[in-house]
Design a protein around this ligand. Structure first.
Ligand SMILES: [Zn+2]
Length: 324
């Protein structure tokens, strides 16, 4: 069901069954000329049916509609290729859009075989085939119009400025509407849950990148933040401070774990606190083991970048230890 959340803006909660995120908020902005939809849900029948229900309900003509994908994750981009076939024009950030088309290939995911050893996840017998990013991504390449910071999309009375907010993914983008003080932020800032910050390669300290994007959005004049999961946010500054504090705690927790002995990514992740309904690491489903290890890794690498931890390697497995 599409719920009106602002003048000409509707929110559709697309259920994500068996996923701790529960649902994704897909936003629909109506105008007499062209409509804009922000994010879609997974490439599954359930998501597609829920998505199309709102389209029908609002009487939307898809050939007069654009889709903007805030970032590459499959719960946001999953239906893009299906919608493209219906005549929808697709916008995506320059970086993440390119990555979506790499991630539909099996070769992209084969590097996760190497990560499996690096992270010490061989012991858990996980497979990239159970990663939602692999399972639910669009099945064909997407032809998209690349966006970058400073581009403007005019939809009815709204003038949306594209803002680069990397961190949750390398090329996450948001939309800022200056006159109405609205910000569509995808997964950059979420209420109640914290956006997953994972490992995207050794060439960048992604956690620092994320912190900088939080501090960037902090400075914007915002009345309402349209988040991609759970509730929308009114006080963005308060939530940004909470997120920064959360990671500060996380870093302290990780430092404590690697203080005495060197630890693998998997062992660090298994000792961290997770708000999941499983009692022990062994019970985590494969996908959650990937997420937890990725989150541990972004914090471990941040400590290496900051000169606080050192990294060693044995038989391809990485070990981290706090410096004395
Ligand atoms: Zn995401």
């Amino acid at each position: 069901m599409a719920v009106k959340v602002y003048s000409n803006v509707y929110k559709q909660e697309i259920p994500l069954p068996k996923n701790p995120l529960r649902a994704i908020n897909s936003y629909i902005i109506l105008s007499e000329d062209r409509n804009l939809i922000i994010d879609t849900g997974f490439n599954t029948e359930e998501c597609k049916n829920a998505f199309m229900e709102g389209i029908k309900e609002l009487g939307i003509n898809l050939s007069k509609t654009d889709l903007l994908v805030t970032h590459l994750h499959s719960d946001h981009s999953g239906l893009a290729s299906a919608l493209s076939k219906e005549g929808v024009r697709i916008y995506a950030g320059k970086i993440d859009g390119k990555m979506i088309n790499q991630m539909i290939k099996r070769e992209y995911w084969e590097k996760y075989e190497a990560y499996k050893n690096m992270f010490d996840l061989e012991r858990d017998n996980v497979s990239f085939e159970e990663h939602p990013g692999y399972k639910f991504s669009p099945k064909g390449p997407i032809e998209f119009i690349p966006l970058e910071e400073g581009n403007v999309l005019k939809i009815g009375d709204f003038s949306f400025e594209v803002v680069d907010i990397p961190g949750h993914t390398p090329g996450h983008i948001g939309l800022y509407e200056r006159k109405h003080k609205l910000f569509f932020c995808g997964d950059h800032i979420l209420d109640k849950i914290t956006p997953n910050i994972t490992f995207w390669g050794f060439d960048k300290d992604i956690l620092s990148v994320y912190f900088n994007s939080l501090k960037k959005v902090y400075e914007y004049d915002i009345d309402l933040l349209f988040t991609a999961h759970r509730d929308m946010v009114r006080d963005h500054k308060k939530r940004i401070n909470e997120l920064l504090n959360h990671h500060e705690h996380r870093l302290n927790e990780v430092m404590e774990i690697i203080k005495e002995n060197k630890m693998t990514v998997r062992d660090t992740a298994s000792k961290m606190h997770w708000e999941l309904r499983y009692d022990k690491w062994e019970d985590f489903p494969s996908a959650q083991k990937w997420f937890a290890s990725g989150e541990a890794m972004s914090h471990l690498e941040h400590l290496v970048y900051a000169g606080q931890a050192q990294k060693t390697e044995e038989k391809g497995i990485l070990y981290y230890k706090l410096k004395d």
